[in-house]
Design a protein around this ligand. Sequence first.
Ligand code: FPP
Length: 250
Amino acid sequence: MQNAKTKSATPTAGVPSPAVPRHVAIIMDGNGRWAKKRGQPRLAGHRAGADALRRALRACRNHGVEYLTVYAFSTENWVRPKLEVTGLMRLLKTFLKKDEHELHENGVRLRVTGRIGDLPPAVRAELERVMEATKDHTRGQLILALSYGGRAEIADAARSLAADAAAGRLDPAAIDEAAVASRLYLPDVPDPDLLIRTSGECRLSNFLLWEASYSEFVFTEVLWPDFGEDDFAAALAEYARRQRRFGAPS
Ligand code: FPP
């Protein structure tokens, strides 16, 4: 029987958290409204959103944030009009081509969380190429959540554990939080310390359901394409004022 305990699932209570989050996750919301306000097609909003992502990546570097995870395409986004979905996929390919050198110059590793197999083969191939080319970079990680759903991720983890249990490789009694955490898409990545959502919406929308259990949330009215380095710094300042207790008494 394999020991299921491979990853600690819960942060340590009572340990003071550093003022700068190690891992920031962002729900990049408001591209459509940004475009509408300007009488432009939604894709123009997504293009401006890609520029905002470049700024966020730069801000992470400047502030010493090690991991940036962005919700770029959810499992639910597949039902959007075909034109928007293909436009987003094209934008992703362009981003990978145009920004690969930035990743290398700054020692940033690219990773994906989500069901990468759902993506069009050409997009998938480009992602896999850049992930392979950056896999030894150690100064930061950019994690794109693509065809990602928090419930899908937990269901995939459960299926993987169930398969091992059915095959006799895992004792069901040994399945605990650490065992589930070890079967998530990126088990080595620390949980996000700070989760930002733009555009005034205050919900999680199936993003990092397991991993965000103890994240600090910052919601801002700013639409994602307008989100700049000052907004990022303001979110970090808000985070630094928070007291993280991880369930321990105050
Ligand atoms: C949500 O805004 C945003 C998305 C579904 C897509 C996010 C994608 C980008 C920011 C493009 C850049 C990403 C990469 C990796 C190149 P929305 O369209 O739901 O906005 P709305 O709520 O105002 O309609």
